[in-house]
Each structure stands twice: as C-alpha cells, then as structure tokens.
Design a protein around this ligand. Structure first.
Ligand code: PHE
Length: 442
C-alpha cells in the first residue's frame, strides 16, 4: 500500500508547526529567557534555531522522506546496527516529556476554569502569585486537571480525530497569533512596560554562561520538536517534489516568531506590574491575568487566551503521544486504541509525582531537583541534545548519500557541502561542547 501523503505542502507545514508551537514557545520560552537575565538569551536562542535547528530539522525531514518510516524504523532501514538506539531513545524521551507536559497542559485547563470564575481578574502581583502557587502545590487539583489533559490527548490519538484537530487549528492558531498581538499592544501601553522590552531585547553578553547556553540549546530543540523522530515521521508523508528546505524554514520561522511574541507579551507585563522575572515555570500563568484585568472585556480575553493555549498544547502533545503509540503498535503488535491508552496510563502515572514535586513532595529530591525539574532537565538538557548529536553524526557519516539525494533539489552545490560539514563535525562539536561545559559548571 502506498504510504499516505499530506494533501498539500501547506498541510505538512501546518502540522509540523502545530507540533512545534505549543507550551514550549508560550509557557517555557518567556520564563527561561527571564531567569537567564533576558538580554542575550533571545539572540543565542535565535542563533541556535537558525543554524543547528535548521540543519537538524532538514536532516530529520529528509530521513523520514527517504525511509518512509518513523522514529525507529528510519534508522533500522537506513543503517541497522546500533543506530536504531537513537530511535528508541526518542520514544523514551517523548514519554518522559509528555508526563510533565500533560501536567502543565492541565494548568491551562485549570486557568480556563479560574478565568470563567473571575477569581484571577486582578493585577495584584502577590494575589496572582499566591493563586498560582496555591494551585500547583495542592495535592489533588492539578492532578485532576493533568488527567483531563491526558484524556483529551488520548481521545484525539486513539479516536482518530486528528483531522478534526488539524482543521480546527488551521483557524484557531492564527487566532492565537492575533490575540497575542492584542495582548502585546495592551501590555506595551502600560507604564513601566518598556523596561521589560529592554530587558528582553537589549543584548547583554556579559550574562552569557554555560548554563545559559545549555538552556538555549535545550529550549531550541524542545520548542522545535527536534530530536524525537517527530519531524522524521512527518517527513515520511511528504511527497518527493516538495521542497524540504522551504518547509523547514517556515516551521522554524513560525515557531521563533511565536517565542518572540510570547516574550513581548509576558516580560513587559512582568515589569509593569512588579512581578519577579525569575518566578520560573509560573511566569506566564501569574503575569497574564494582570494584563487581562486591564483590558475591557478582560474576562472574555482571559478565557479565550487559555483556550487557545490549550489547543496549541494539544497539537503538540498529540504529536508526542503519536510517536509513543506507533512505537507500541509496531513493537508489541497492539491495536492503535490499546497502544494509546496503555501508554497514556503510564504517562499519567509518571505525571503524578511530577505534579506532587511542586507541592507536598518538594522535599524529595535527586541531584537537588524534584521530579518535575528532573524530568525537564533530563529531557531538555541531556537526552534531546544527545539525540541530536547522534543524529548529526548519523547524517554526516552514515546516511549522507541518502540525505543528499533527498535534498538535492532543494539546495544543491555549496549549501550541500556546508550542510554535510555541519552534520559531520560542527554540530556534534558545538552540542558536545555546550553539554560538557554545562555539566562541568553544575
Ligand atoms: N514543541 C512542543 C512545544 O513547544 C513540545 C514538543 C517537544 C513536542 C518535543 C514534540 C516534541 O510545546
């Protein structure tokens, strides 16, 4: 049977962007930029996305189109030997990410409910901080919402309603963009907001450290959905004529644009209302309600914002669960529904200690981190960079003839040589250097 293909190039780009744009851009980017002192972080993040990010996304898409297979299958088919380990690793990482991603996805549902109730419509920094911290440290409530988010995800993956979600997000993702623009304009017209803009965009390279570099590296891979076989899987449905370079560029541009807008949306408000920029994972949730409180029809905007954020999160979590589900179907011969539910149960269970570690279990730590932070650290700062390092080596040294053939139409000549050199040596060296430097500093 012929492998099905995307209806159009636009369909492919939107699906890949749907996976990429999510909590990474809107929840994670602002607080990681803020805790790294703003300034230089944005530029380093952009630099990584446009070099490493672009080359590796292109490589993943090419591997997928060449092998017509998913995360594990692509390596097995193109090389065999020990290489499929990269694929197995990415399935594991998807599983680990999804467990805490679903906890945060649950927070977005909780905030829809809170916005409907009106309790968050204030601009008092203390009150908003207390509401958020009270909520995430509760032993039950966030877990119930985590279950809700996991159920939504498995419902999409097992129920085969992906098409519906894709159609929905075609309209609603642009709506999210427009809403973010409205919120940015409102935020920027608040007194004191420009300090936040300065903090965000004025590069201060004296703040660069190995910890910041590894944060930027991990966030680049996380926000672009790289290193987990997702772009391999999506690439496997692309027709031969399609230009992969252009598609990869579009996905990256849309994602970094969303990150940039999210930063402009959150950081000025942080300064205008006197929040603490290093508040960490709660930053978007704590800060945005203050902006809604200063908008006419603010409550409506709040509900809309958290609904659209939920949708953006869902299109990403679906891509993660899809990797894990197809793996369980292929390896264990399970049916789609069974595979999706079994995996989701495991993901849900692992999410429970992750959520509790932000409250009642905060004193249980390993390497100075609770379960939530540990999962985040393990995936973003260790396993994803390691996966990409191996992938670059694989492309440069092992699968280059295949990748070159796939990309021949897109960027022949000098660009191809550059790409190969990049994969063989520059990308592995850069990733390896950043990882080692940050481990030594830790
Ligand atoms: N890129 C998604 C986001 O930013 C998260 C994700 C990471 C999805 C890795 C798939 C793979 O929300």
């Amino acid at each position: 049977m012929a492998r099905s293909q995307w209806g159009s190039r636009l369909g492919f780009i939107l699906a890949a962007a749907g996976s990429a744009i999510g909590l990474g851009a809107i929840w994670k980017f602002p607080y990681v930029a803020a805790t790294n002192g703003g300034g230089a972080f944005l530029f380093i993040y952009l630099g990584i996305c446009l070099t490493l990010g672009l080359a590796l996304m292109l490589a993943e898409m090419a591997l997928g189109r060449a092998s017509k297979a998913g995360a594990v299958g692509a390596f097995r088919q193109l090389a065999g030997g020990g290489w499929p380990i990269i694929g197995y690793m990415s399935v594991l990482v998807c599983f680990l990410i999804l467990s805490f991603y679903s906890v945060v996805g649950g927070w977005t549902i909780a905030y829809i409910v809170k916005a409907l109730g009106g309790g968050i419509m204030t601009s008092d920094a203390k009150t908003l901080g207390a509401i958020f911290n009270g909520f995430i440290s509760d032993p039950l409530e966030p877990i119930a919402y985590h279950a809700g988010f996991a159920l939504l995800t498995v419902w999409v993956v097992a129920g085969g309603v992906q098409k519906g979600i894709e159609n929905l997000s075609k309209f609603l993702m642009p709506a999210l963009f427009v809403l973010m623009l409205v919120l940015i304009v409102r935020g920027l017209t608040l007194p004191g907001a420009w300090d936040g803009v300065k903090y965000f965009v004025a590069p201060d390279f004296s703040k660069v450290s190995s910890a910041m570099l590894v944060d930027a590296l991990g966030l680049a891979f996380f926000s672009l959905s790289l290193g987990l076989g997702i772009m391999i899987t999506y690439g496997s449905y692309v027709s031969k004529e399609s230009n992969l370079l252009g598609s990869a560029l579009w996905v990256i541009l849309l994602t970094v644009a969303t990150c940039f807008l999210a930063g402009l949306m959150v950081l000025p408000a942080v300064f205008a209302f006197g929040f603490d920029p290093s508040a960490g994972p709660g930053l978007t949730f704590i800060t945005m309600p203050a902006v809604f409180a200063h908008l006419p029809l603010g409550q409506l905007f709040a509900v809309m914002f958290f609904c659209l954020l939920l949708l953006a999160a869902l299109t990403s979590s679906v891509s993660l669960l899809e990797v894990v589900t197809s793996f369980a179907m292929d390896e264990f011969g399970l049916k789609r529904g069974q595979a999706a539910w079994v995996m989701t149960l495991g993901i849900f269970l692992l999410g429970i200690p992750a959520s509790l570690s932000l409250g009642v279990w905060s004193e249980y730590q390993l390497f100075g981190m609770g379960v939530f932070d540990l999962l985040d650290y393990l995936t973003s700062k260790l396993l994803m960079p390691l996966g990409e390092l191996l992938l670059a080596l694989f492309v440069g040294w092992k699968a280059w003839p295949v990748v070159r053939r796939e990309l021949a139409g897109d960027g022949a000549g000098r660009r191809m040589r550059l790409m190969r050199g990049f994969c063989m040596a520059m990308a592995p060296a850069l990733i390896g250097w950043i990882m080692v430097a940050s481990l030594r500093a830790a």
